[in-house]
Design a protein around this ligand. Structure first.
Ligand code: FAD
Length: 487
């Protein structure tokens, strides 16, 4: 049971009854709505990959808690080798679905809390780590899809959580009871939460004394009483809803990265599912550790997987156009590869340079500098790759008629005649549509913001870099007098 099949996961979704809205309507059946169906399909693919012998080593791991093979999405990294495999999984799953794998944020939140609960128990004699391990065993034994909720609505950014007109813009504890807590608020941008079995919720920022009600980490089952999901609605949602044939779409089966606003309207959480409640002092390391892990996986490796698809499609298109041997075309494709491989190198470096944190916890976290640089590099590099792909694809990438015209007897002949290149029109249009999905859609800002705003990585890189040491190196070689006070 510890490794579930895609079919078993799909069955588990059928037994859930979340309250979901999209485009002004309530969604009653996730399987009938083409957008929510794409989330189920992408999540199911993660289960399928774990059962495929080719990908088993990347997609599964040996649990340290239940002595069974488990899906790596529920594994706590206990070594450098684990970190490398985790990064490999992020890249592989991105290549296989071309969208979010929907188990990533949950996995990284689990790893964060494995480390932070251990530390709290060590310092405060609490029993959070014990509770956490019991909960994790439950997830692992049942191979549950777990999403991760960190990003609060945040309201007026110039004010702290406690200073907001409406405290609900940050998830917070509204009541403490003997048997548990009641939480209110909302998390935005929740990837795949609608079709997950569980959501792991953690604070979105470091908190101070006086902000205890916001220092809360807990887990809820999908659709628990009081939870409402309000799905994103974009031109791509409308396009999917209107498609007559799924193959008209850029990423036919798995679609866009789908998220929802997840509202917690007085949701009861029993104590056994609460992993932090008021310990503001530990929120700083919680946020920092989550950032480290998520920047290696979501910020770095996953986007390298996306880049592989982007580069592959661009190369196909130039080959179809008969341009693949042209010097500037080859150079531009090479530039794309260099950007992507640099990010991959940073991602791998962050895994290889990872350390146990805190010492004795058994939890390994990636190197901070390399993880941040991986995300910074790809955030900037993805726009550059999109630019090159757009250049090489030509205007058709934003002007192409629908593939439906190829089936319409009135237009078919013109379509075949004028869009034929070295390959028939259908092939050219299909891959152009695929590229449109990458470069004229949501992936630029999505890649920029996913795993945290870029400014946060700049701040971290500046903080981690030892500029004094670099200045001293330069001074030494330049022969500058050490005694001079020239700061
Ligand atoms: C496709 C996608 C999937 C995602 N999936 C998830 C998910 O599954 N779970 C999850 O929890 N989150 C998820 N996120 C959220 C993501 O982590 C956030 O979008 C990201 O952290 C940026 O936060 P924000 O969107 O609130 O932007 P903001 O914080 O509003 O940032 C916008 C701009 O304002 C600046 N800014 C904001 N506040 C301040 C301040 N106080 N001082 C100075 N500058 C400021 C930022 O630097 C940035 O330039 C996802 C995001 C995307 C795009």
């Amino acid at each position: 049971m510890a490794i579930k099949s895609a079919e078993e996961y799909v069955e588990s979704v059928k037994n859930q009854d979340p309250k979901i809205h999209q485009g002004g309507k309530r969604i009653k059946d996730l399987f009938k709505n083409p957008t929510t169906k794409s989330v189920i399909d992408a999540t199911a693919k993660m289960y399928e990959l774990a059962m495929d012998p080719t990908f088993e080593a990347t997609m599964t791991a040996q649990s340290h808690l239940i002595d069974e093979k488990i899906n790596r999405s529920l594994h706590v990294n206990g070594s450098i080798a684990d970190l490398r495999k985790r990064a490999d999984m992020a890249q592989l799953t991105a290549q296989k679905v071309g969208t979010c794998n929907y188990r990533c944020v949950g996995c990284d939140a689990i790893n964060t809390m494995a480390s932070v609960t251990w530390e709290m128990d060590r310092d405060l004699s609490t029993d959070y780590n014990e509770r956490f391990n019991e909960y994790l065993k439950y997830l692992q034994k049942n191979d549950l899809a777990c999403s991760g909720a960190m990003t609060d609505a945040k309201g007026d950014r110039s004010k702290r959580p406690g200073g907001q007109e409406d405290p609900d813009v940050y998830v917070h504890v509204s009541e403490k009871r003997k048997d548990g807590i009641v939480v209110r608020g909302a998390k935005v941008n929740q990837s795949g939460a609608i079709a997950a079995n569980e959501t792991f919720v953690i604070p979105g920022q470091a908190l101070r004394e006086g902000e205890e009600e916001f220092a809360v980490a807990f887990a809820v089952p999908n659709g628990a009483k009081g939870i409402t999901y309000i799905c994103q609605y974009t031109p791509y949602t409308a396009e999917r809803n209107m498609a007559e044939d799924i193959h008209e779409l850029g990423n036919p089966v798995y679609g866009q990265r789908e998220t929802a606003l997840m509202v917690f309207d007085d949701v009861f959480v029993p104590w056994e599912r609460v992993f932090m409640c008021g310990e503001v002092k530990y929120t700083r390391q919680l946020v920092a550790r989550f950032a480290k892990i998520h920047r290696m996986n979501c910020g770095g490796a996953c986007k390298v997987g996306f880049a592989d698809l982007l580069i592959g499609a661009t190369q196909l298109l130039v080959e179809y156009a008969g341009l693949s041997k042209v010097a500037h075309v080859r150079e531009k494709i090479t530039d794309m590869i260099a950007i992507s491989e640099t990010a991959r190198a940073c991602t791998l470096a962050s895994a290889v340079e990872g350390t146990e944190e805190p010492e004795g916890s058994g939890v390994f976290l990636p190197d901070d500098m390399f993880g941040n640089v991986a995300k910074l590099n790809i955030a900037n590099g993805f726009w550059e790759m999109m630019k090159i792909a757009g250049d090489l694809a030509g205007g058709l990438v934003v002007t192409m008629p629908s593939e439906r015209e190829l089936k319409n007897p009135e237009t078919m002949e013109y379509m075949e005649k004028f869009f034929k290149t070295t390959v028939p029109a259908e092939k050219r249009l299909r891959i152009t549509k695929f590229l449109q999905h990458w470069i004229a859609g949501q992936h630029g800002p999505g890649t920029w913001h996913g795993a945290g705003p870029v400014q946060a990585q700049r701040v971290m890189v500046a903080r981690l870099a030892n500029l004094e040491e670099k200045k001293d190196m330069a001074k030494e070689l330049a022969g500058l007098n050490e005694d001079e006070s020239d700061n």
